[in-house]
Design a protein. Structure first.
Length: 228
């Protein structure tokens, strides 16, 4: 039931979480541009080398060096904003989970520590976080409705982008002197970018939707809990 006690405020924390999620998407955009430029520079260098093995002066080594710096800074920005967005998302999860437990008697399938550890523990990280967010959403909805396809799409995209991101890093750093390995790693980064954007946008939608449900629920009088 909706409690007579005051719920934790979520609007400010939700806005901060959205800001960091958007910042990560902007960093991902810069990184995708930098990696695409790296691909074109490597291709151009290969073309020159194949045309005339004795004359490599036409290769723009200065542009390659500048691009390497840009890629390094862009990837650093992606990693930094990803960590910050992740921290804010987990902090927001703790807040809305606490509210959800007050708002409804619907069960929360995972204990509180899993809000953090569920993202990192092997095997269970494939489904624990989604269950946690699903349960928070349902408990926050006055009618106890499940989140539906939106949550499933977000979670599938999350798993896919994590897998592709790890694959890209493994390929690119398997042989840092191998231009082809670096190119393939950058190609994976660029190919993953559209999925990252959709996943990030859906994460923003989820944060805003759950927060809005809890704000609306906090304004309602006490009522019987939704049926399981």
């Amino acid at each position: 039931m909706y409690p007579s006690t005051q719920l934790w405020p979520v609007r400010g924390l939700a806005k901060a979480t959205v800001v960091f999620l958007v910042a990560n998407l902007l960093a991902e955009t810069l990184a995708a541009v930098a990696h695409y430029q790296r691909i074109t520079l490597i291709d151009a260098a290969f073309d020159v080398a194949l045309d005339d093995l004795s004359d490599l002066e036409d290769i723009d080594f200065e542009a390659i060096a500048d691009n390497e710096l840009l890629v390094m800074l862009a990837d650093l920005g992606v990693n930094a904003t990803f960590v910050l967005a992740g921290i804010m998302f987990v902090v927001w999860l703790y807040r809305v989970r606490d509210n959800a437990e007050q708002m409804s008697t619907l069960p929360q399938r995972r204990a509180t520590p899993w809000l953090f550890f569920g993202w990192f523990v092997p095997i269970v990280s494939f489904w624990f976080p989604k269950q946690i967010v699903d349960d928070i959403w349902r408990a926050s909805d006055p009618r106890g409705r499940r989140p539906g396809v939106l949550m499933m799409i977000w979670w599938i995209l999350w798993l896919v982008t994590v897998f592709l991101g790890n694959a890209s890093a493994r390929v690119a750093y398997s042989d840092e002197e191998n231009a082809m390995a670096i190119r393939v790693g950058s190609l994976l980064d660029v190919a993953t970018y559209p999925l990252v954007v959709v996943c990030g946008v859906l994460a923003v939608v989820i944060v805003r939707r759950i927060s809005a449900l809890q704000e609306a629920g906090a304004a309602l009088p006490a009522e019987a809990p939704a049926d399981v």
